[in-house]
Design a protein around this ligand. Sequence first.
Ligand code: PXP
Length: 240
Amino acid sequence: MLLGVNIDHVATLRQVRGTTYPDPLEAARVSAEAGADSITVHLREDKRHIQQFDVENIANQLSIPLNLEIAVTDEMITFAEQLKPDYCCFVPEKRQELTTEGGLNVAADIENIKQACKRLASAGIQVSLFIDADKEQIEAARMTGAPCIEIHTGHYADAETNDEIEYEKNKIIESVAFAKQQGLRVHAGHGLTLDNVTDIAAIPGIVELNIGHSIVARAVMIGLAEAVREMREQITSSND
Ligand code: PXP
């Protein structure tokens, strides 16, 4: 199971004060040394945390793969085509949201997303689509030609009662199995923490988890390297 560390909120800490620190590139390096398999950043259209120069610095100077999350817009696709990160994940974006609230509605926008995937594939970028654990969305994702999906685990993470947690978890388990049947590579992420990651990491078929907020929050207490190592170990022990 691969661990992609999302360092957006290192940039959030910098942006709230308009300082030059903490530096996301340094965070990416520390995470890589501590065992991250890839680094994820989300270049939002409102640039609330990661800036264009952060993405460029990381893409040009990091030794492990960069996964760039972007909205399906011409501006962002053009930027990705020029930068050529290893991976790109298309995500939905709303200006007012606190964080990405749900998956991309691929089923409602197949042709547009298909063209977007084609552009990035031509630039040699592996594309994934961030979608809810939903059969219709998975089928639509396959129709776009994207080789990979990332299943949104936010609803599972937000579930409160045991019944709700089981329900959301089972949806993810069924979706992973269905996506594998469709020949898709499956990642998962959003809202995962040391406490809730175990059940997701144990699902056969998921090859990568992308985790950000809880690792950066934990880093305040124990340091980033230790927070990455701790999450790595938790994921690895879930697979034992
Ligand atoms: N995957 C995707 C596609 C995301 O948009 C995010 C949040 O930016 C994450 C994973 C990581 O979520 P979290 O910060 O809650 O761990």
